[in-house]
Design a protein around this ligand. Structure first.
Ligand code: NAD
Ligand code: MG
Length: 412
């Protein structure tokens, strides 16, 4: 038997003419959403039979209309009710159903499909993602805030309904691809670019503008995750995401700053081996993997040229300048609803920063304040059971209200 014969039968290319697959994209007009559309169109061009059930977006009516006319979903949903009339008119005569509002997004996610891309930004994606899990299909998870808020609940829901939850975040996809022997994994390591302010002093960071914060050196992404990368809260959220997805203790998950974003993350095994996944910083690769898993499909993302890159460098993260990483570890250790509080406070702080209401360094300060508030509150709470959906929503609401108050005080 040759070495390749010894590989599992699944280790091949996805067959060109498999059964039809139905797909829904939540957050189709965003950065991940548009990359997903690109991957699916490439897969269709390669002979895959893919039918789009629903496309859902927050507010970009014109973009959603164009996508709907190109992809011909059965349903197009705009979360912002103000966009309903324009979308309805734009799709008149197309035969595509149109709906609007947060409830309609949840209803769209509840329609049974084989594969759902969960790419809404923020905790707003939690209800539809849970609904998609309840369908028992495959959910490709880009929306990290929902697993940060309700990791235990999401995994329990996936188990209960027999759904398959697959990572899209590049680091988690890298770990998933490198996790050949889960029981023998000693440590997981999430790599981080360090963001646009990696070499800046705290004094320099203090005056950074939203435009400077969203100018990420390696990745082109939505505004919220770009700011999270600048504060390194993104890596903190990813640490929490990894602890849930891979059921791994926080003290065995490392963060390593790697400015070139070529090694997307790695697993270290008990025999000293390290298995890493490498590639160009292009989200189409992890999206394609989450779509084709356990096989692979061919896509035309840029290929890695290591000669051109020449050197890969690494640094330890600086928790003094980037306290968000410390906060994420504290929240994980605290348990209960701590990560929901951290996330809610951070989302409100990032929105306020993008709106020009607070400074860059106020973001981690507001996130920390949210975590402290939860810590004080939970002394009066009993039990460590998996938080229910209503408890997560209440924690998110309370964290947002408190962060809003802090922002008013800062802006006064
Ligand atoms: P984005 O802002 O570009 O897109 C967000 C999408 O969600 C848009 O389609 C928007 O219309 C939609 N949306 C926003 N609020 C909504 C609501 N209330 N209801 C329904 N739809 C709503 O963001 P993005 O960069 O694509 O990121 C999406 C998610 O994926 C985030 O959680 C992010 O952390 C995660 N992620 C992104 C990247 C990346 O490279 N962009 C990488 C890893 C993980
Ligand atoms: Mg990532």
């Amino acid at each position: 038997m040759s070495v390749t014969d010894a590989l599992p039968a699944s280790a091949g290319l996805i067959p060109t003419a498999p059964r039809m697959r139905s797909v829904t994209i939540l957050g189709s007009t965003g950065s991940i959403g548009t990359s997903t559309v690109d991957v699916l169109r490439q897969a269709q061009a390669g002979g895959q039979d893919i039918r789009i059930e629903a496309l859902c977006a927050g507010g970009r009516v014109e973009h959603l209309r164009e996508q709907a006319l190109a992809l011909r979903p059965k349903l197009a949903v705009i979360a912002d009710p103000a966009g309903y009339a324009a979308l309805k008119e734009g799709l008149a005569g197309s035969g595509i159903e149109v709906a609007a509002g947060a409830e309609a997004v949840v209803e769209a996610a509840a329609r049974p499909v084989d594969w759902t891309m969960a790419a809404i930004v923020g905790a707003a994606g939690l209800a539809p993602t849970l609904e998609a899990l309840r369908n028992g299909g495959t959910v490709a998870l880009a929306n990290k805030e929902c697993i940060v808020c309700a990791g235990a609940l999401m995994l329990a829901t996936a188990r209960q309904y027999g759904a398959t939850l697959l990572p899209v975040d590049s680091e988690h996809s890298a770990i998933f691809q490198s996790l050949t022997h889960p029981a023998a994994a000693e440590r997981l390591c999430l790599t981080a670019s360090g963001g646009p302010f990696r070499t800046k002093t705290l004094a320099e960071m203090k005056g950074m503008t939203p435009a400077q914060a969203i100018a990420h050196p390696n990745w082109s992404m939505g505004a919220k995750i770009s700011v999270d990368s600048a504060t390194m809260m993104n890596k903190g959220l990813e640490l929490i995401e990894a602890a849930h997805l891979f059921d791994f203790p926080e003290d065995r998950i490392d963060v390593l700053v790697h400015p070139q974003s070529i090694i997307h993350s790695y697993v270290q095994y008990v025999d000293g081996s390290i298995i890493a996944q490498l590639g160009t910083p292009d989200m189409r690769t992890p999206i394609a993997f989450a779509f084709s898993w356990p096989e692979r499909i061919a896509i035309t993302s840029p290929r890695l040229d290591l000669v051109k890159i020449a050197s890969l460098t690494f640094e330890a993260p600086d928790l003094g300048r980037f306290p968000a990483l410390r906060l994420a570890r504290e929240a994980l250790r605290m348990g209960g609803l701590a990560t929901a509080w951290l996330n809610g406070a951070n989302e409100v702080a990032v929105a306020a920063f993008l709106g020009g209401r607070i400074g860059f360094l106020d973001i981690p300060a507001i996130a920390e304040d949210g975590l402290e508030a939860y810590s004080a509150l939970r002394r009066n709470l009993a039990g460590e059971a998996v938080p229910e959906y209503s408890e997560v929503i209440e924690a998110d609401r309370a964290a947002r209200a408190r962060a809003g108050q802090r922002i008013c005080e800062l802006a006064a």
